[in-house]
Write a new protein. Sequence first.
Length: 258
Amino acid sequence: MGINLRSPAELEKMHRAGLIVWDVLTLLREMVRPGATTMELEKYAERRTDEHHARPAFKGYLGYPCVLCASINDEVVHGIPSPTRKLKEGDIVSLDFGVEFEGYYADAAVTVPVGKIRPELRELLRVTREALDHAIDKMRPGNRLSDISAAVQTWVERNGFSVVREFVGHSIGTKMHEDPQLPNYGDPGHGPRLQEGMVLAIEPMVNAGGPGVRVLEDKWTAVTADGSCSAHFEHTVAATSNGPWVLTRPRGVTGPSW
Ligand code: MF3
Ligand code: CO
């Protein structure tokens, strides 16, 4: 079984889903401030998704309880929104969100500073976002799948951070997770050749310290093993004959991925 190929009409549908994800994440980003709770973000995301007549992709997925993942500081991914946990100045928070709209999925994530953050964290966010930029640039017909993985790992490690191994990107389309998986590490030149119409959720997860992670007793929240902070940036991206198409943002937006 090869990787699913999406027609131009299907890509347009995925873009519709992607624009909803982008709209929600863009608004959530503006809500991030000291004193806000992650449950306030959850509630807003749920309401806005409903207004778009979309279905949240995460809630109920393998029993996940919310529409949003909100992972603070040493939390890597899958942080569960909490009504009591307040964001505070100097924190970073990763917001991961996906929807299904008319049968097609889109998935994206962004790590947001809470007020003023220390320089090392600014660097962590910049390098992780740039790793996603470099990875997106590899989404071209003719390249190999692991070229994307290698682009992430090379950029992250050259800048002194480390790549999480336990969680990976994935193909996406009429399901949130389709084969193959997309690790954020590996040598270039391996795996299937990318073709027009392939769609991948590319999602580097980068730790300021070592690469190790563990999952908390809630069975969801992944945290760094050494307590260092972690960042996560993600887009749903199609390979087209015109180059990479970032489906989780408006066509007019160019430049850095987030
Ligand atoms: N972006 C994440 C992923 O690709 C979101 C999954 S969270 C879950 O797997 F709760 F839905 F599992
Ligand atoms: Co994903």
